[in-house]
Design a binder for this molecule. Sequence first.
Ligand SMILES: *Cc1c(COP(=O)(O)O)cnc(C)c1O
Length: 375
Amino acid sequence: MQELSMVDLKNQYLKIKTEIDQSILSVIDSTHFIKGPEVKQFQDELAVYMGAKHVIACGNGTDALQIAMMALNLVPGDEIITTNFTFIATVEVIALLGLKPILVDVDSETFNIDVEQIEKAITPRTKAIVPVHLFGQCANMERIMELAEKHKLFVIEDNAQAIGADYIFSNGTLKKAGTIGHIGCTSFFPSKNLGCYGDGGALMTNDDVLAEKISSIVNHGMKVRYYHDRIGVNSRLDTIQAAVLRVKLPRLDAYNKARQWAADFYNHTFNDITQLETPKVAPFTNHIYHQYTLKINAGKRDALKKWLDDNGVPAMVYYPVPLDKQKAFEVYKTATVFPVTDALCQSVISLPMHTELDEEQLRLITSKVIEFFKK
Ligand SMILES: *Cc1c(COP(=O)(O)O)cnc(C)c1O
């Protein structure tokens, strides 16, 4: 049996090696490393897949979020509402631009931003909401868009963990996560659901004016070479990465199905273990399991993690510390309390989740988890 790992990029690669190698070699052969034709081809293909009018690739997911905020003309002092339970990147770029992060607690079942608390956090200085579709399922976008409309706010979706997930509107319409707000941002970090072989990211929007601004910001604020219309950044997707992504994009749905199959196996096997809670999926979204995350009751999480480590089963805690309690966040400290995020940071544990998990591996992982609770 293959050694267990949180992600298995190697075996995924081996299945598509011929195509990937050819694709990369053809870019090297062309020496068109920056802004080669594959970048535009990939953007167009991703736009079709997402059902978005415009896709603009960039250097990574963190840059995508920063560029989105720059394109919306957010300025120092503007308040941006986001979740306290996410990867730091979301809040980092808010701070970098001199904007003010306003953190909100999350829903204890889905781990996504608690929409009931967003409205309470809105002030006259609020300019945008940044929901994160955490672990592979969508935040409550219909409610968030209603609030945004009512209070004239922008919505930037952090879709780094849910590319390919569907949002289900109450009238039954489906839209891809990342195409509902004013701008959607995603990451092609290797371990993401659509990962490249280095860093990569993209922004998507249906707004022509925003799309043009974003295209200029990613490339030093220029449209015509050496004529700079605004302050931008240097954040482009390498042609080699676009070439990799063009091979992987047609497989994204199959990759997400493989993750769902593994999640179903986990769910089914853990069905009668009362000491753990399997992931809950909100009715307005499907789940593409960027992470498969359990909640463990009664303060046993760290002991389970150690037991799994000792038994050769990898597991990770996403995330061990709420953003408001990070050292880097001290300057933003407020009196707000986050009981749900605090509890989740003590109780969540993520098991191996990737496209290459097979039944033998899943049996071993689940049997070790179950053994822990029976011992
Ligand atoms: C990965 C990730 C990012 C950042 O993407 P990078 O490509 O690593 O910069 C942002 N937000 C969330 C929620 C992520 O998981």
